[in-house]
Design a protein. Structure first.
Length: 142
């Protein structure tokens, strides 16, 4: 892609056409020229099938029980990956924009859901996950 240097004055003029958090310099310049640039549709970030998120609950809680009731996020992730080996789908290993895998992000989201359900403790030190008595009861019924 070519690099073009412009004056501060021209930059400020083009900036008048920019919609904050929407336009980049090029799209603002197209607007300033009075032409509509064909919008680029965002490409899908994932193409593979993903494991249903609810399937992470049991392995997460089992891992916490095996660790004596609590553990660090990293310890839990390692245990969940081990427990779900062969069940995770290829799409689960795709990377998110932040570099994390889709399955590890799913585990984080499901932790939040389990906290809201009372299966995991809410007030723990940062990075520490803890199962509640309610979580142990839920697990014993599975």
């Amino acid at each position: 892609m070519p690099v073009v240097r412009i004056s501060e004055e021209l930059f400020k003029e083009v900036q008048k056409y920019a919609e904050p958090l929407v336009d980049d310099f090029e799209s603002a310049l197209w607007k300033a020229l009075g032409r509509n640039r064909k919008s680029k549709k965002p490409t899908p970030r994932g193409t593979g099938e993903l494991t249903p998120q609810g399937e992470f609950w049991k392995p997460i809680l089992e891992a916490l029980v095996e660790m004596g009731g609590q553990g660090s996020r990293q310890e839990v992730l390692r245990a969940v990956e081990r427990k779900m080996k062969g069940r995770l789908k290829p799409g689960d290993y795709e990377r998110n924009k932040d570099g994390t895998t889709k399955w590890s992000k799913a585990v984080d989201f499901q932790r939040k859901a389990m906290v809201l359900e009372g299966l995991m403790a809410m007030n723990t030190p940062r990075g520490i996950w803890k199962i509640t008595d309610q979580g142990k009861q839920w697990l014993s019924r599975r």
